[in-house]
Design a binder for this molecule. Sequence first.
Ligand code: GLU
Length: 412
Amino acid sequence: MTTESALDTALSQLKQAVSQLGLSENDWQTLSTPRRVLEVAVPLRRDNGNVEMYRGYRVQYSTTRGPSKGGVRFHPDIDMNETVALAMLMTWKCALTNLPYGGAKGGIAVDAGSLSLAENERLTRRYTSEILPIIGPERDIPAPDVGTDERNMAWMMDTYSVNAGFSVPGVVTGKPIVLGGSLGRTSATGDGVAISAREALRVRGINPQGATVAIQGFGKVGYWAAVACEQMGMKVVAVSDVHGGITGFSSIAAVWDHFKANGNINVPGSEKLTNDELLHLKVDVLVPAALADSITEKSAGGIQAKIVVEGANAPTTPGGDAILKENNILVVPDILANAGGVIVSYFEWVQDKQNYFWTADEVKQNLNEILMKSVREVEAMSEAKNVTWREAAMMLGVGRVAEAHKLRGLYP
Ligand code: GLU
């Protein structure tokens, strides 16, 4: 994966939307420029006493529609370009789903797996302290992303709160329940992926009961997407992790039990697949739920799925996307398909603000309602303008940000 390509992909999608919406060159300038970018040094004292320096980032791509919002990624490949690209995607995602947020993303160029728990905590706390002046429940609200989870959010919340002098649960979302987290947040992105898959199957006239699904990735998105797809009656026939894929297992629960006990997904009796073999399986739905740039000019041609549901952010390059379009594969784009996470993050923030917490059913019902509204809007726009779902989703998201810009006007 090259990091420029995530930004190239995001900019080329934006350019297309700007032109399809008939927006001006001035609008393009405004929409293609991140509002605030911060790069910080994050020193870490390793357990052996050595001090290492890491690069940390926080990009507030837009604050036009509200405080900026988006995850924090720990990954060795993350850099400023990729952070900008991912913060841009968050902007369109929040606008598309009508959440009162701008878009942000942050991260540290580090392999989270190489850190002990204590090192991870020190790194997270120092990063939080470096970006502290620009985050806050009214400014910018981080959340988990690749390589971070609810433990990191607890440390971020604590570091911010200790500095404020009182508890500020609303500064991050994706927290443990006892610290003001929301029921249903852990599974939310996967739940949204499954809802998107179900709706795409409906559009293509395929019964979700027994529809086959292959999922690339078995992390926070892929695992929960698999569980939710199974609950809806779909048949998950393949999953993968960074080491490769498997097929021929009895159920996701069986894979999960094996994974918990052995740290790998190679359930006895299952058959191994390479990454490409998984992508090219003859299934109804393919869910790329790993990292960016997995469906490319090279890999897209062999995809036999009728539907692609983008669980990951930016898993498809423009070249890959053009091939999927040519082959009449319905793509539910990332900013719609994986929006379940930030939608329930929004619920968490609202609950924290009100100190009033919802039941799991209320969370699920409201998630379904918000996501279904966006699905219907994308479907209608795609039909009315004869564009792909990605183009329709971008037109809706970008159009709302552009409209908000116009109404706010330019200061001074
Ligand atoms: N990291 C997730 C995303 O890319 C969630 C962001 C959030 O909850 O703020 O959508």
